[in-house]
Design a protein around this ligand. Structure first.
Ligand SMILES: [Zn+2]
Length: 285
C-alpha cells in the first residue's frame, strides 16, 4: 500500500498546474488588508466545492477587533473593484464592509484540533513594469495600480487551497478537526487579533503558519523548510509628556517631549538584533 507521504507527493504533483494558475490569478488581482473581498470570495467558493464547512463575513472576525480598518469609502471602492475583477457573486456580499477572511473546517471525528494559517493580503507597492519582469512577460502582473503581492501571500492563498484539497482527499485517514484559516490584513499586524477574539482558536491544540521567502545566498528557485528563528513584530503606543519653559529665559526648566520622542526613536532602532538564521541544511534548490 502506498505510504501517506507517497500519496501526498503524488497528489501535490498532480495539482501543480492548477495551483500555479490560482497563484497567478491572486497575483494579478491583489487586495490590501480588509479589502481582500475578491480573494475571500474565491477561497470560499473553492472550500465549498471541496466540501468544507465554510465561515465567511462577520463569522470570521470580531467586528470591533479589526485593527487598522480602512474608511467606509475605501471599503466600498474595494467592493466595487472586486465585483469588476471577477469575484464570486455568491460569496462576495459577505465580505462587504471589510469582513474578509475565510475559515474552512474539516471534522474527522475524535482527535486534536489543528489550525493552519494562510495570510491573503497584498501590499501598497507598485509592481515592476519592466517587460522582463516575469509576471509582466507572462501576463499575470498586478492589474491594480499601486497594489502588489510583494510578500508572497498570493502563494500562501494558493498553498492553502492546495492543502485543503489534499486534506479532503485524505480525510478517511485523519482524526480530529482541521481549521484552515485564511487570515486577512496580516500586513501591519492587524488581522489575527480579530480572529482570535472571535474565538476560532479556542480549543485548538496546534497552530501552524508558514511564509514563503528566500535566503540571500541560495540560488533561485529554492524552497526553505524550517521552524523558528523568524522575528515577529508588534505595535504599541507610547506617549511622551513634556513641560513648557521659555526658550530664552529658562530653557533648562523645560522637558522637551519632542526631543525625548526623537531620541527614543533612534535608540529603539538599536534593538533589532541579527538573530540566528535557519541552518543552511534547511534550504534546498
Ligand atoms: Zn508576508
Amino acid at each position: 500500500m502506498e505510504t501517506l507521504q507517497q500519496t501526498i507527493i503524488r497528489a501535490a504533483e498532480a495539482m501543480q498546474e492548477e495551483l500555479t494558475a490560482r497563484r497567478r490569478d491572486f497575483h494579478a488581482y491583489p487586495e490590501l488588508g480588509w479589502c481582500e473581498m475578491r480573494t475571500s470570495s474565491l477561497i470560499a467558493r473553492r472550500l465549498t466545492e471541496l466540501g468544507y464547512e465554510v465561515l465567511t463575513g462577520p463569522a470570521v472576525c470580531r467586528d470591533e477587533a479589526r485593527m487598522g480598518l480602512p474608511d467606509r469609502q475605501t471599503l466600498e471602492q474595494a467592493y466595487r473593484q472586486a465585483e469588476q475583477q471577477g469575484a464570486d457573486p455568491e460569496f462576495l456580499p459577505a465580505a462587504r464592509g471589510g469582513f474578509t477572511g475565510v475559515i474552512g473546517i474539516l471534522r474527522c471525528g475524535e482527535g486534536p484540533t489543528a489550525a493552519l494559517r494562510f495570510d491573503i493580503d497584498a501590499l501598497p507597492v507598485s509592481e515592476c513594469p519592466d517587460g522582463e519582469h516575469r509576471p509582466t512577460r507572462e501576463g499575470f502582473a498586478s492589474r491594480s495600480a499601486g497594489v502588489m503581492h510583494a510578500c508572497g501571500h498570493d502563494g500562501h492563498a494558493a498553498i492553502g487551497l492546495g492543502t485543503a484539497e489534499l486534506l479532503m482527499r485524505l480525510r478517511d485517514r485523519l482524526h480530529g478537526t482541521v481549521k484552515l484559516i485564511f487570515q486577512p490584513a496580516e500586513e501591519g499586524v492587524r488581522g489575527a487579533k480579530s480572529i482570535v477574539e472571535a474565538g476560532h482558536l479556542d480549543g485548538v491544540d496546534y497552530v501552524l503558519g508558514g511564509h514563503m521567502g528566500g535566503a540571500p545566498d541560495t540560488p533561485a528557485p529554492s524552497i526553505g523548510v524550517g521552524s523558528g528563528n523568524t522575528l515577529a513584530t508588534t505595535k504599541f503606543d507610547v506617549c511622551f509628556q513634556g513641560k513648557p519653559a521659555h526658550a530664552g529665559f529658562c530653557p533648562e526648566l523645560g522637558k522637551n517631549a519632542m526631543l525625548a520622542a526623537a531620541a527614543a526613536v533612534l535608540n529603539l532602532y538599536a534593538s533589532p538584533g541579527t538573530g540566528p538564521r535557519p541552518p543552511r541544511s534547511m534550504w534546498a534548490s
